[in-house]
Design a protein around this ligand. Structure first.
Ligand code: SF4
Length: 490
């Protein structure tokens, strides 16, 4: 077994502490780390010979934004990103632990990389992201996959170049692990390589203090902490100067933004107002927490034409007793009242949600409450999941008497109910001309491109890749339930 050098190890006891009152902002200095390599002729040579990296990211937008920092750090060493894993000298698997399925995909991927490692002794395999934050999973990865070379946690991204240096400097012998569980700080100025040149995620908060009983995020990403408003605006202005069309403000719970800042006048509503006042074409935000979604935020959305009228408002369940067991801090009635307030001020809003079915011991009656909520809200879209326990969460300790068969049946009934209302929402767009931000070539037809409307609905239409990144006018012709077909008019 290869020796493992631990710089830090994860601990859920540390991860759930919330004692810090002041959050430090650290300004990352990349030159210090790059010079480690530049001053070492052997390593410099090795980087010239092995000069490519590949990143595979699983999971949520927070992970996608982390991927851009990882890419920025590796690119700062002069390495080039490649899209084929076989061509890479460094492979990074950025993991997610939100569902069992996500973990399984990662295990399969690591298994496949073994043959590449056998062919190339110098290939560096790095694992990071939420999955490695769990002690047992980390130990399992270290024991079963001796060819993983470096593992680092969500709090240790800014140490990546140092870890790579330590690994290469000891000639690939020792494996390096740096997974620290802590409340966390804010690290500014990490080099970034954006995944595209038109739509950018901008972090506004990190971590979460809600501790919903099914969710591992508060353990893996630390205390809820807000970035300085000026730093956020500086990043937005930079993106604007680079020609970005869309900014997506990102946080596990954007509505908490500002609560930990000294200036109590800074709220999510005031931040959103400031960002939308910049001459940026589109502004969006993810994710909202229903009981903290303020009327001021509704007013700001209604006021600015460039804030997309799309609100992702995770409800998780329509049953008050299930919401209580999930430790969600609102009732069905409060959620519906919020939806009414939103619809009253933003009539063309597209509401979307997350719903979990089969939370431990969810009764038929409780499930029917969720269907009833769907009937009342009439979502434009939704993300639905069958509950899967996550080690380290409170819900994972609950005994569950509901069979998998019943959960699958409920999942089907849930989807059927949601799909009843999508056509009602979609019908109002047929034959209308809408602005669409083109994001990719259509997966199904190479002669078509795909883009997103103001309400996050996808539209496919004839076009070539030169349109990617542009906002064009498209006549909406056909409702395909989860997307539209259209025709570009200008
Ligand atoms: S609000 Fe709940 S579900 Fe969302 S990240 Fe925090 S703990 Fe997880």
């Amino acid at each position: 077994m290869r020796e493992v050098m631990y710089l830090s190890k994860p601990s859920f006891i540390e991860a759930i502490k919330r004692n810090q009152t002041n959050i430090d902002t650290i300004h990352y200095n990349n030159e210090t780390f790059v010079s480690l390599f530049l001053n070492n002729p052997t390593l410099k040579e090795r980087l010239i010979k092995n000069n490519s990296f590949y990143i595979k990211t699983h999971g949520c937008q927070a992970n996608i934004r982390d991927e851009e920092s990882i890419a920025g750090l590796l690119a700062s060493l002069g390495l080039k990103r490649v899209e084929k894993i076989e061509e890479a000298s460094i492979i990074v698997i950025n993991t997610c632990s939100v569902r069992e399925n996500a973990n399984n995909k990662v295990y399969a991927e690591i298994g496949n990389i073994k043959r590449l490692k056998e062919k190339n002794k110098d290939l560096v395999l790095i694992l990071c992201g939420c999955m490695v934050e769990t002690k047992d999973t980390l130990n399992n990865l270290i024991t079963k996959y001796p060819y993983i070379d470096i593992i680092f946690g969500t709090h240790n991204i800014d140490n990546l170049l140092n870890l790579l240096y330590l690994y290469m400097e000891n000639n690939n012998k020792k494996r390096i692990v740096d997974v620290s569980s802590k409340e966390g700080e804010i690290v500014e100025d990490i080099p970034t390589r954006r995944n595209n040149s038109y739509s950018a995620y901008v972090n506004i908060t990190f971590g979460c203090d809600k501790f919903c009983t099914y969710c591992i995020v508060p353990q893996t990403r630390g205390k809820e902490r807000s970035r300085d408003k000026e730093d956020i605006l500086k990043e937005c202005k930079l993106l604007l100067s680079l020609g970005y069309k869309e900014i997506i403000l990102l946080g596990q719970n954007v509505d908490s933004y500002g609560k930990d800042l000294k200036d109590k006048n800074i709220t999510f509503a005031s931040l959103l107002d400031s960002v939308a006042s910049l001459p940026i074409k589109r502004v969006r935000f993810l994710t909202s927490y229903p009981s903290e979604f303020s009327d001021e935020v509704i007013d700001v959305i209604a006021k600015h034409d460039n804030i997309m009228k799309y609100i992702h408002l995770p409800v998780q369940s329509g049953s008050n007793s299930v919401l209580k067991r999930m430790a969600r801090r609102y009732t069905k009635e409060e959620y519906l009242a919020l939806v009414d307030r939103i619809k009253a001020k933003i009539p063309d809003v597209a509401l979307s949600t997350d719903i979990i079915v089969g939370f431990p011991n969810e009764s038929e009656e409780e499930f029917l409450d969720t269907l009833d909520l769907i009937k009342k809200v009439k979502y434009a879209s939704a993300f639905t999941f069958i509950y899967s326990p996550r080690e380290g969460t409170a819900a994972a300790k609950l005994d569950d008497k509901i069979s998998d068969k019943e959960k699958v049946e409920r999942f089907k009934r849930l989807t059927d109910e949601l799909e009843k209302y999508y056509p009602l929402y979609n019908a109002s767009f047929i034959n209308k001309v809408e602005e669409v931000l083109v994001t990719s070539v259509s997966k199904k037809d190479k002669n078509k491109v795909s883009g997103v409307m103001f309400n996050n609905k996808i539209v496919n239409f004839n076009g070539d890749p030169s349109l990617i990144g542009k906002i064009v006018k498209v006549k909406i012709l056909e409702d395909k339930l989860y997307s539209f077909n259209g025709e570009m008019v200008e």
